[in-house]
Design a protein around this ligand. Sequence first.
Ligand SMILES: Cc1ncc(COP(=O)(O)O)c(C=O)c1O
Length: 460
Amino acid sequence: MTNYIPEPFRIKMIEPIHLISLEAREAALKRAKFNIFNLRSDEVYIDLLTDSGTGAMSQSQWAAMLEGDESYAGARSYERLSQVVKEIFGFKHFVPTHQGRAAENILTAIALKPGQFVPSNMHFDTTEGNILARGGKPVNLVDEVAFKPEAIVDFKGNMDLSKLRAFIQEKGATNIPFGMITITNNAGGGQPVSMENLKGVSKIYHEFGIPFIIDACRFAENAYFIKLRETGYSKKSILEIAKETFSLADGVTMSAKKDGLANIGGFLCLNDDAWFEKVRAELILREGFVTYGGLAGRDLDAIAVGLMEALEEGYLAYRVGQTKYLSEQLLASGVPIVQPAGGHAIYVDAAKMLSHLKRDQFPGQALTIALYREGGIRGVEIGAVAFGHDDPDTGAPVYPELELVRLALPRRVYTQSHLDYVADILAQLQKKPKAIGGVKMTRAPKLLRHFSAEFELLSP
Ligand SMILES: Cc1ncc(COP(=O)(O)O)c(C=O)c1O
């Protein structure tokens, strides 16, 4: 037996990657205004910026793409995807969208009025952004344990049910057009939500007549954690667990760039007829006709095959095995991370690793920069830059609880030796954390600021 699960595929086509020199990396950082979103991919050696749309497609997906039907309306590709979505998700209505945030945009456009609240365990930034852009108020009600990086808990993405009930009672159900939950909880460490919790959340929303929408981007990884960790699920298939999950809800927003194993795409599913009428109108206005929703026919086919591949247990064991393996390497060299390892990423606790830096020196951003400078590795800050903001009344900075750097693993892309390299570079940084100075934010856009903020380095 080994303590790792070897890749359940062999490599048929390669994409060369290079580690450019230290001087070139430093120059790239300067040009990028120390925001890693401004780096060119050629300047990056190991790209762990996101697991979204960055995966490798299988030979079956590429083969399916050749069968793509590019008809404007009623394409066969749409029928094929529609069938798979019906089989897994089971909702009455489904429309493709160009990616997850487009589904969020449509949902908030048709259902949300200014001043209304949308609770969730934790909204991801695009969901939060879409709610805010419509004048709504995103509310995070995850269990407090999510904010304790070292606490080893099976379902750290669970919603706090008493907080949810109290919140609805306080604000009134009429001020909550829909409630959400994110599986797995990307903003809180890629941590899963248990079936028991999903049932509890569904029960509370429905008791108050609030539609329950699941942000389902990583539904297969969540289902796999349920199978591994929750009593009564070890003998159920991932498909059965997924079906049970969605039977609790009234709709989903989905980015197929994650557990759709595709490079682009998403969708919105709903049961409600009246809402769906409005969705159709909004979709046609902004995305495209209802049978393609901003995608090519071949994209729909890639997603149809990818969704089924994401349910394969051999694939999921390897997938979750990769994050586990990397987490073990990092813990062995004392790098503080959110535990246990999540489904799609490792989250380094930058606040702890760079404890000499204050919050307004953005330790997460500082570590992201150091990781690139040292090893050409691109991670992403998930802390005060991504989720902080200035209080609209006082102008004072408001910081999120956690200050993390996310290392997201693209699906089926990097091998175990790439992971060893990442672990080695972080171990080197961990030996001399005080050599890493803080940063000053010199440009701070109001919405989704980590995509386009700019920084200057402060001396260590
Ligand atoms: C939990 C979650 N929700 C929504 C989205 C948005 O999806 P997309 O990037 O396809 O717009 C993401 C993307 O990272 C996500 O992780």
